[in-house]
Write a protein that binds this ligand. Structure first.
Ligand SMILES: Nc1ncnc2c1ncn2[C@@H]1O[C@H](COP(=O)(O)OP(=O)(O)OP(=O)(O)O)[C@@H](O)[C@H]1O
Ligand SMILES: [Mg+2]
Length: 267
């Protein structure tokens, strides 16, 4: 069966900044291939700066690869015309780590969640705000929170608003890029419970980019390790990856604090 969303042999170069490095190229992705099946939760791990977010942006269609392709339901997204591309963008949503930076502080939560509804369904602002209320309830907030502004939410609550915004256009895939990394442990656990609930209820596919192997272990059906600009290993669990992932994964495991009560240890 064709994957829902896949990157095939993707390469990406960036120009390095700085006066002495003009023209020097940074070869970030060197032929990365990653598939996300329907309803699957795939974890993407790897050391900082290895290119996880870059691959995420390319899968979202926010950035074009220099080589290789992204396929959505078997079709190359670069071959999609305007209407088809808009449909693709509706189907693949994202939740970023920096929640403060990804919302306009002058818009209410209802307007923030309503924005993709207006863009994709062409409804009025008022109707979009009304439709945001049940979405707020689904993410554990109150319908009346639609009238509140971002500074009046805590970090965890604002992350829920961002999750509601991602859910609003009824996507088929959500990319979470370090989406819980900036939250404290207790809030993180609650947001992860919510993510799991959404998964169970909606059968969505997830790409969960995280440097925290425990987060990925708790949530994902498969885990992919990025190393050297490619997907170096892919396994059904972090425990298996710990055995096959070589030096990079060993270092990532070493940097984890010891497993707490009720947590699985990978070593
Ligand atoms: N727009 C850009 N211009 C220039 N270089 C960039 C750009 N975006 C990313 N890079 C560089 O590409 C490399 C990969 O970055 P990326 O953000 O994808 O890594 P990452 O695996 O997500 O890291 P982290 O775990 O820290 O989030 C880094 O060296 C980064 O500095
Ligand atoms: Mg990143």
């Amino acid at each position: 069966m064709t994957a829902l969303l896949s990157a095939v042999d993707v390469q990406r170069f960036y120009r390095r900044g700085g006066i002495f490095r003009r023209g020097e190229r940074l070869h970030v992705l060197k032929g990365a291939t990653l598939e996300i099946g329907r309803g699957k939760a795939v974890g993407l791990v790897g050391r900082s700066g290895c290119g996880k977010s870059t691959l995420g942006r390319i899968l979202l269609g926010l950035e074009r690869p220099d080589w290789g392709s992204v396929f959505f339901k078997g079709k190359d997204i670069s071959a999609k015309d305007g209407g088809e591309f808009a449909k693709f963008r509706k189907s693949v949503q994202v939740v970023f780590q920096n929640v403060q930076g990804s919302v306009n502080p002058r818009m209410t939560a209802g307007e923030i969640i309503g924005e993709p509804l207006r863009n994709f369904f062409g409804i009025s602002k008022r109707e979009a705000v009304e439709r945001s209320r049940p979405l707020l309830e689904q993410v554990g907030l109150k319908g009346s929170d639609a009238d509140k502004f971002p500074p009046h939410f805590s970090g965890g609550e604002l992350q829920r608003v961002c999750i509601a915004r991602a859910l609003a256009p009824e996507p088929e895939v959500i990319v979470f890029d370090e989406a819980v990394s900036s939250l404290d442990m207790v809030v993180q656990a609650r947001v992860l419970e919510l993510v799991q609930k959404i998964r169970d209820e909606r059968g969505l596919a997830f790409l969960f980019i995280s440097h925290d192997l425990r987060v990925v272990a708790g949530l994902c059906d498969e885990v992919a390790l990025m190393d050297g600009g490619v997907i170096a290993a892919r396994e059904r669990s972090v425990a298996t990856l710990a055995k096959t992932g070589g030096a990079t994964i060993a270092r990532m495991l070493e940097s984890l604090p010891p497993a707490g009560p009720g947590e699985r240890a990978f070593r």
